[in-house]
Design a binder for this molecule. Structure first.
Ligand code: GLU
Length: 436
C-alpha cells in the first residue's frame, strides 16, 4: 500500500490567455486545482494523486461522413477513459462545437468522482464529437454516430466502457450506437450503452433522472440551510434534458420555480411559473422557450444573479464566473450542469457563504439510473418507474449526507467535501488493486 505520509505536489492552475484578452483557465486545470485542494486536506498519497491527475486512455479519431449534399466532411471524435479503479468506465457522449481534448478530459475526471460519490461500481469516462448537431440532418447524425461507434468499438464494452447521453445527444443516438456496436461485435449488446429508448432495454425514469436528482439535492440543501421549501424561490437555467425535468418535478412537488431560461430566452414570474405550460410551449415550438407568455422576459444572463433563494444552473459550463459571482443573491446553488462554476468563482461564493451543491453530487442522478439500466439489462428483470425513483432518491440522500459530513469534518465547502468523498473511496480501490 502507498504510504499516507507522502504528500502530493500542489500544482498551480495554468491560466491561458485567449484571443480577446480574457484570462481563461482550462477546464482540466480547474479540475486539478480542486483535486489538489482536497488531496492536501486529506493528505492523500502522492501515488494515488498522480494516478488521478492523469487519464488512463485518450483516444482521438477522425470521422469521415457523407453529407446529404454528396460532399464529405471529417469530424473529430474523442473518448477519454479517466479511471477504472472501481469498475468499467462510464460517461456520456457530447455533441457540441466547443468539444476538445481539454473539455473531455475534465468531464471524464468528473465522471470518476461522480460515480465514486454516488457509490456505484464504475470508473469515469467521457466522449464527444466536435459538431453542431442542430445543423445536421437526421441521416447525417445517424452516419456520424455510427462512424464514431465503429471507430470506438474497441474502447466501448459492457464490462469495459459504457457511454450514455450528454449535451446534444439523447436516446436516438444511443439506439444508433447499440445498432452499430452490435453489428461490429456480431451479437446484440444493449448493455454497452445507457439512456436507450425503453423498447431497446432503456430504464424507466432514466430520461428524467438527472433533473430528479437536482430536485432531491435542492430539497436536501434546503433542509441543511433551514430554507422553507414551501416559500423558497427557485430559478432554473436550461430547459433541456436536465433543466426541464428539474423544473417539472419541482413544480409537481409544490416548489416555487419563479424563473426559467434556455439558449433562446429567459422568463421571470414572482408568483411562480406554470411549468407544465412552459413544457407544452417548448414541445410546440421546436423545443425552445422563445415566445413563452408565462412571465416577464428578462436578459438571459440575468437569471444567474436574480433575487431568488435557489439557483440551479442546468445548461452549460462556466456560467458562474468571477465577473458575476459577487452579484449572486441565491443562498443555495444546485449544479445540474457539469462545471457551471469556475474555480475563481468558487472562492467568491464560499466567502459569501453560499451553499453550492456541486455538479459531481447534484447531477449524479443521471449516471445512477444509468447504472440501474445496466443492471436491468444484465439480469433481464425490469423495474417500475416508482422502484427506480425510490432507489435513486435514497441514493442521492445518502450521497448528500456523506458529502455534507466530509465538508463539515474538514471545514471546507461542499465541492471540496465532494472531492474528498470521492477520493476516499478511490484511494481504497487503487491501493487494494496495487501497482506493477
Ligand atoms: N452525461 C451524464 C453525466 O454527465 C450521464 C452519464 C451516464 O449516465 O453515464 O453525468
Amino acid at each position: 500500500m502507498a504510504t499516507k505520509t507522502k504528500k502530493a505536489n500542489i500544482s498551480k492552475p495554468e491560466v491561458k490567455q485567449i484571443a480577446n484578452g480574457v484570462h481563461h483557465q482550462s477546464m482540466f486545470d480547474a479540475v486539478l486545482a480542486r483535486l489538489d485542494k482536497a488531496t492536501h486536506l486529506i493528505n492523500l498519497s502522492k501515488d494515488v494523486a498522480s494516478v488521478l491527475r492523469n487519464p488512463e486512455r485518450q483516444v482521438i479519431v477522425s470521422l469521415p461522413v457523407k453529407m446529404d449534399d454528396g460532399s464529405m466532411r471529417v469530424f473529430e471524435g474523442f473518448r477519454i477513459v479517466h479511471n477504472t479503479a472501481i469498475g468499467p468506465s462510464k460517461g456520456g457522449i457530447r455533441y457540441a462545437m466547443d468539444v476538445d481534448l481539454d473539455e473531455v478530459k475534465a468531464l471524464s475526471a468528473w465522471m470518476t468522482f461522480k460515480c465514486s460519490i454516488a457509490n456505484i461500481p464504475y470508473g469515469g469516462a467521457k466522449g464527444g464529437i466536435k459538431c453542431d448537431p442542430r445543423t445536421l440532418s437526421l441521416g447525417e447524425l445517424e452516419r456520424l454516430t455510427k462512424a464514431y461507434t465503429v471507430a470506438m468499438a474497441d474502447v466501448f464494452g459492457v464490462d469495459k466502457d459504457i457511454p450514455a447521453p450528454d449535451m446534444g445527444t439523447g436516446k436516438k443516438e444511443m439506439a444508433w450506437l447499440v445498432d452499430a456496436f452490435s453489428k461490429v461485435k456480431r451479437h446484440y449488446e444493449p448493455g454497452v450503452v445507457t439512456g436507450k429508448p425503453l423498447t431497446l432495454g432503456g430504464s424507466e425514469g432514466r430520461e428524467a433522472a438527472t433533473g430528479r436528482g437536482v430536485m432531491v439535492a435542492a430539497l436536501e440543501a434546503m433542509k441543511v440551510t433551514g430554507l422553507n421549501r414551501k416559500t423558497a424561490t427557485i430559478a432554473v437555467q436550461g430547459f433541456g434534458n436536465v433543466g426541464l425535468h428539474a423544473a417539472r418535478l419541482m413544480h409537481q412537488n409544490k416548489l416555487k420555480v419563479v424563473a426559467i431560461s434556455d439558449h433562446t430566452a429567459a422568463f421571470h414570474n414572482p408568483k411562480g411559473i406554470d411549468i407544465p405550460n412552459a413544457v407544452k410551449h417548448a414541445q410546440n415550438n421546436g423545443g425552445v422557450l422563445k415566445g413563452f407568455k408565462g412571465g416577464k422576459e428578462i436578459n438571459k444572463e440575468d437569471i444567474v444573479t436574480l433575487d431568488v433563494d435557489v439557483f440551479a444552473p442546468c445548461a452549460i459550463q462556466n456560467v458562474i464566473t468571477a465577473a458575476n459571482a459577487p452579484r449572486i443573491k441565491a443562498k443555495i446553488i444546485v449544479e445540474g450542469a457539469n462545471g457551471p462554476t469556475t474555480a475563481e468563482a468558487d472562492e467568491i461564493l464560499a466567502n459569501k457563504k453560499i451553499v453550492v451543491v456541486p455538479d459531481v453530487l447534484a447531477n449524479g442522478g443521471g449516471v445512477t439510473v444509468s447504472y440501474y439500466e445496466w443492471v436491468q439489462n444484465r439480469c433481464g428483470d425490469y423495474w417500475t418507474e416508482a422502484e427506480v425513483a425510490a432507489k435513486q432518491d435514497a441514493s442521492m440522500i445518502k450521497a448528500f449526507e456523506n458529502v455534507w459530513f466530509n465538508a463539515k469534518q474538514y471545514k471546507t465547502n461542499m465541492r471540496i467535501g465532494a472531492y474528498i468523498t470521492a477520493l476516499k473511496r478511490l484511494e481504497k480501490a487503487i491501493n487494494y488493486r496495487g501497482f506493477y
